[in-house]
Design a protein. Structure first.
Length: 389
């Protein structure tokens, strides 16, 4: 893991050997000659700094002409206040270690002498950074975090999963805002996956509108289902389909996190949402569910890195989708028939759940008003989308 270190030293420009050595040791240095500039950078970019190196005698402000220890004390106060909940590892690196060591003992900051090999400082930084709670999680679950960066799903998605994993040991039974927020963070991690696929043009723009992802439709499309949106039918080429196991996992996560989503999906059924809310009103979300969903999300993340890498070129990716306007087809009218466990009208296959939902009976004349070509190899030419009694 590359470490990002902020170094405040009025003469850091002159420390070429240390800067070169830092690069070799996997440390990326951002330097400032004064405390105000350095601390302003830290407070504006907290996710870009893993540790802080301070010179004991440096400039407090950019306009200062004489370095002093006042800058050190100012930096210590600011970083302590700013990172109270998640302390940033700090180190003093000075050419006057013997002189100032007694002066800074009360600050409880490790002090290193510039006359000694810088590797001693780097080893201490690496140990302290790796021991941070968030970094311990990143290291422990590295395969899942490999895609939570700007190249893939974006830095925000890393925050969603980190917050879940930091909270995971404190989860309790209960229907409360905290657990709903937990479900939302898992859902947003999935949204980041589909936004990534949309940015690469594997997933068409129709599935992501105004930065909102239609999760259910997107997953069905990626698993090979024909999807109609706003009068256009979309189908993904077979070679780009999600494996069934991954599609099933994502579908399960979507269904179980709906309760915490506040039903933001563009195509969410409002009446169904209200029924679900009523049914779940007294339901206590268990920590077991939240644990299992978290690890299921991470399983999907581990898999998707290689999938995303297969599709680097956006122009080529556009050709993965076939789309065409919905054709106005004649209605299919006839009696409902059954062969073994299969229901149909003429040459149109109807799912059993549709029969149950509409309370249809064999022999009843029904009208199929919308249908598509059947891709299931069960002998029927069409597949029923919408019917009327």
């Amino acid at each position: 893991m590359k470490m990002r270190v902020l170094w405040i030293d009025d003469k850091y420009h002159d420390e070429h050997p240390l800067l070169d050595s830092a690069y070799v040791n996997g440390i990326e240095i951002t330097g400032y000659t004064n405390v105000k500039g350095g601390m302003d950078y830290l407070e504006n970019n907290p996710d870009q700094v893993d540790a802080l190196i301070l010179d004991a005698v440096t400039y407090e402000n950019e306009t200062d002409t004489v370095p002093s220890m006042k800058g050190l004390y100012t930096a210590y106060k600011r970083v302590t206040r700013f990172s109270a909940k998640n302390p940033i590892p700090c180190f003093i690196y000075s050419g006057q270690k013997g002189i100032i060591e007694g002066e800074v003992d009360h600050l409880d900051i490790p002090t290193f002498d510039k006359k000694n090999p810088p590797e001693l400082l780097f080893e201490a930084i690496e140990k302290a950074v790796n021991n941070q709670p968030e970094n311990r999680i990143r290291i422990r679950y590295q395969p899942a975090f490999n895609v939570l960066n700007q190249k893939y799903l974006g830095r925000k998605s890393e925050r969603y999963l980190l917050d879940c994993l930091l909270q995971i040991e404190e989860l309790t039974f209960g229907l409360n805002q905290e657990n709903e927020d937990y479900l939302n963070r898992l859902r947003k991690t999935l949204e980041a996956l589909f936004k990534c696929l949309n940015n690469r043009k594997v997933l068409p723009d129709a599935f992501v509108k105004n930065d909102r992802v239609s999760l259910a439709y997107s997953n069905k499309f990626m698993s090979g289902e024909l999807i109609e949106i706003d009068g256009t039918v979309y189908i993904l080429k077979k070679e780009a389909h999600f494996p069934l196991a991954i599609a099933n996992s994502i579908n399960y996560i979507i269904q179980r996190t709906n309760f915490g989503s506040h039903h933001n999906e563009p195509h969410f059924d409002v009446e169904e949402a209200q029924r679900n809310e009523a049914a779940l009103k007294e339901y206590n979300i268990s920590p077991y569910l939240l644990h299992s969903l978290t690890f299921m999300v991470m399983d999907v993340l581990c898999w998707c890195e290689h999938y995303i890498d297969r599709y680097p070129d956006t122009e080529t990716n556009k050709s993965l989708t076939k789309s065409e306007p919905v054709k106005s087809l004649p209605h299919i009218v006839g009696p409902l028939e059954q062969k073994e466990r299969t229901f149909y009208v003429q040459d149109c296959w109807i799912l059993p759940k549709v029969i149950t939902e509409h309370e249809l009976k064999l022999g009843q004349v029904i009208t199929v008003v919308k249908y598509t070509e059947n891709t299931n190899k069960n002998g029927f030419k069409y597949f029923c989308r919408i019917l009327q009694k």
